[in-house]
Ligand binder design. Structure first.
Ligand SMILES: *Cc1c(COP(=O)(O)O)cnc(C)c1O
Length: 491
C-alpha cells in the first residue's frame, strides 16, 4: 500500500486494542490524587488511539515516507547545505564512550570525550585561522549572538560605550540583523553594488566612531565571494570596529581560504551544515565560535583546556560573557563533525569545496538558458536565478517550487535574498552525482516549458503529494495543528 493511502493511527483505532504489555506491578498501587495537588490529576483518561504495536509501526513509517529528507531525494535548499550525512558519523556517535556518558560525570571519567572536543576545537582553529574556539553555541544564530556579545564586552572593556551600531550588508543572511538586534545593537544596512558585492563607497559612508562591527556573510547569499574583504577589513579596523565572519556555509572556502587570514576577529561555523550534522528537522545543531587573541578573555565560560593533568573546564575567567549553553554544546553533533573531519582529511576537505563550487556553476550555466540570471559571474557553493520571465507568463516562483515536488525534489530556497525579484537560491552541494544534477536541471527545463505551453499544470501543482496546495494565508493565520480524526476507513 502506498504511504499516502496508509491509514494513520487515528483511523486504525479500535476500542480495546492494545499495543503494549507491562510487567506486573511489584510496588504498592498508589492513587495519583494523593500524590498530586488538587486539580493536577486527570479525572478521565485521554482520548488516545487504541492500536496494536504493528499499527503504530505502520503509522510512523507512513509518516516518514510522506516527508522529504536528504536520504530520500535531492534537497537543493540554498544556504542550508543539505549534503549527505555519512552513516559512519552515526556509528561513532553510538560508541558507548560517547553515547553512554553524562555531562555531570567527574572529569576524570570522561577524558576521552573531552579529548575529542579539544581535538575538534584544534581542527576548527586550523580550518578558520583563528586563535581559540568554543563549542558551546547550539546553532549558527546562537554563535552570531555569542560573537557579538564578546565584541560588546571588548569595546566596553576599552571604555568604548558608544559603539552601538553593527553594519550588515543587504545581502547578509537574515539571522545577522536579528542577532545584532537581540545583542542590543542597532543595525545599519550597507548596500550591494551592481555586481552583487558590498558597495565600498556605501561602507565608507556608514562607518563611524559608533561602529561596533561589520558582519559579513561570505560567500554572500547570492553565492558570490566578496572580493574586497581586505579593504573592508582595513576600513572597519581603522574606525576601531571588529570584523565578524558568518561562516555558516563554509562549503566553498573549506581548506581554501581562512577567515582568520582575511582579517576577521570572530567567526562562527555551522557544524550541522558544512560538517555533516543532520539538520532540517529542528534538531540539535552546533555553532562553534572562533576568535582572535584580543577577544579570548571574553569567550563563554567554561573553556575546555588542556593541562598537564589532562583536560579540564576552566571556570576562572573573570572577563567571560558567561555561559551561553548548559554543559558544553551539543555533544552528539560535535562527535559527528569530528568524525567527518577525521574521515575526510585535509585533501578530502579541499575536494569538498572544489566539487561544491563546480556543481553549482554547472547547474547555474545550464539553467541560465531558461531562467534569468541576475548576477552573471562565477558563483561559489550556491547561486541565484530569477523566475521573472515565468512570472510574465502567470507562473510565480512559488508555483515552480510546488511543481518541483511532483518530480520528487525538494524546492530551492525561494524569495530570498530579498534584493532579487522572484528569487530561487539553489545549493546542490558536493555530494550529488552528475546524474542527479542533470535530472533536476531537466525537471526545471520541463517546468520552464510548461510555463509557456501549459501554465495551469504549474499553477495547480503539486499533483502527486498527500496534501496539495495549501491556502497560505489561512495556514499562517489559522493553522490547524491538531490531527482531526476522520471516520474509520473500511479497507
Ligand atoms: C543557516 C545560516 C545561519 C543560521 O544558522 P542556524 O543554525 O539556522 O541558526 C546563519 N548564517 C547563514 C549564512 C546561514 O546559512
Amino acid at each position: 500500500m502506498r504511504s499516502e493511502n496508509q491509514p494513520l493511527i487515528f483511523e486504525m483505532s479500535r476500542e480495546g486494542r492494545i499495543g503494549y504489555s507491562l510487567p506486573e506491578l511489584d510496588v504498592p498501587e498508589t492513587n495519583t490524587d494523593e500524590l498530586l495537588p488538587e486539580g493536577f490529576a486527570r479525572k478521565e483518561a485521554p482520548e488516545l488511539p487504541e492500536v496494536s504495536e504493528l499499527d503504530i509501526m505502520r503509522h510512523y513509517t507512513a509518516l516518514s515516507k510522506r516527508n522529504h529528507g536528504v536520504d530520500s531525494g535531492f534537497y537543493p535548499l540554498g544556504s542550508c547545505t543539505m549534503k549527505y550525512n555519512p552513516k559512519v558519523n552515526e556509528a561513532v556517535a553510538r560508541f558507548a564512550g560517547f553515547a553512554h556518558i553524562h555531562p555531570l560525570q567527574d572529569e576524570s571519567t570522561v577524558q576521552g570525550a573531552m579529548e575529542m572536543m579539544y581535538d575538534l576545537q584544534e581542527h576548527l582553529i586550523e580550518i578558520t585561522g583563528m586563535d581559540e574556539v568554543t563549542l558551546q553555541p547550539a546553532a549558527g544564530a546562537h554563535g552570531e549572538w555569542t560573537g557579538l556579545m564578546m565584541i560588546r564586552a571588548f569595546h566596553e572593556a576599552n571604555g568604548d560605550f558608544n559603539r552601538t551600531k553593527v553594519i550588515v550588508p543587504d545581502s547578509a543572511h537574515g539571522t545577522n540583523p536579528a542577532s545584532a538586534t537581540v545583542a542590543g545593537f542597532e543595525t545599519v544596512t550597507v548596500k550591494s553594488n551592481e555586481n552583487g558585492l558590498v558597495d565600498l563607497d556605501d561602507l565608507k559612508r556608514v562607518v563611524d566612531e559608533n561602529t561596533a562591527a561589520l558582519m559579513l556573510t561570505n560567500p554572500n547569499t547570492l553565492g558570490l565571494f566578496e572580493e574586497d574583504i581586505l579593504e573592508m577589513a582595513s576600513i572597519i579596523h581603522n574606525a576601531g570596529g571588529k570584523l565578524y565572519y558568518d561562516g555558516a556555509n563554509l562549503n566553498a572556502v573549506l581548506a581554501k581560504a581562512r577567515p582568520g587570514d582575511m582579517g576577521f576577529d570572530v567567526v562562527h561555523l555551522n557544524l550541522h551544515k558544512t560538517f555533516t550534522g543532520p539538520h532540517g528537522g529542528g534538531g540539535p545543531g552546533s555553532g562553534p565560535v572562533g576568535v582572535k587573541k584580543d577577544l579570548i578573555p571574553y569567550l563563554p565560560k567554561p573553556l575546555l583546556v588542556k593541562t598537564e593533568e589532562g583536560f579540564t573546564f576552566d571556570y576562572n575567567r573573570p572577563d567571560s560573557i558567561g555561559r551561553v549553553k548548559p554543559y558544553y554544546g551539543n555533544f552528539g553533533i560535535n562527535v559527528r563533525a569530528y568524525t567527518y573531519i577525521r574521515t575526510m582529511g585535509p585533501d578530502g576537505l579541499k575536494a569538498v569545496s572544489e566539487n561544491a563550487v563546480i556543481n553549482a556553476n554547472y547547474m547555474m550555466r545550464r539553467l541560465a538558458e531558461y531562467f534569468d540570471l541576475p548576477y552573471d559571474r562565477h558563483c561559489k557553493h550556491e547561486f541565484v536565478i530569477s523566475g521573472k520571465r515565468q512570472k510574465k507568463l502567470g507562473v510565480r516562483t512559488l508555483d515552480i517550487a510546488k511543481r518541483l515536488l511532483d518530480f520528487g525534489f525538494h524546492p530551492p530556497t525561494i524569495y530570498f535574498p530579498i534584493n532579487v525579484e522572484e528569487c530561487m537560491m539553489i545549493e546542490p552541494t558536493e555530494t550529488e552525482s552528475k546524474e542527479t544534477l542533470d535530472s533536476f536541471i531537466e525537471a526545471m527545463i520541463q517546468i520552464a516549458k510548461e510555463a509557456e505551453e501549459n501554465p495551469e499544470i504549474v499553477q495547480e501543482a503539486p499533483h502527486t503529494t498527500v496534501i496539495s496546495r495549501l491556502d497560505e494565508t489561512q495556514a499562517a493565520r489559522k493553522p490547524v495543528l491538531r490531527y482531526m480524526k476522520k471516520e474509520p476507513v473500511e479497507v
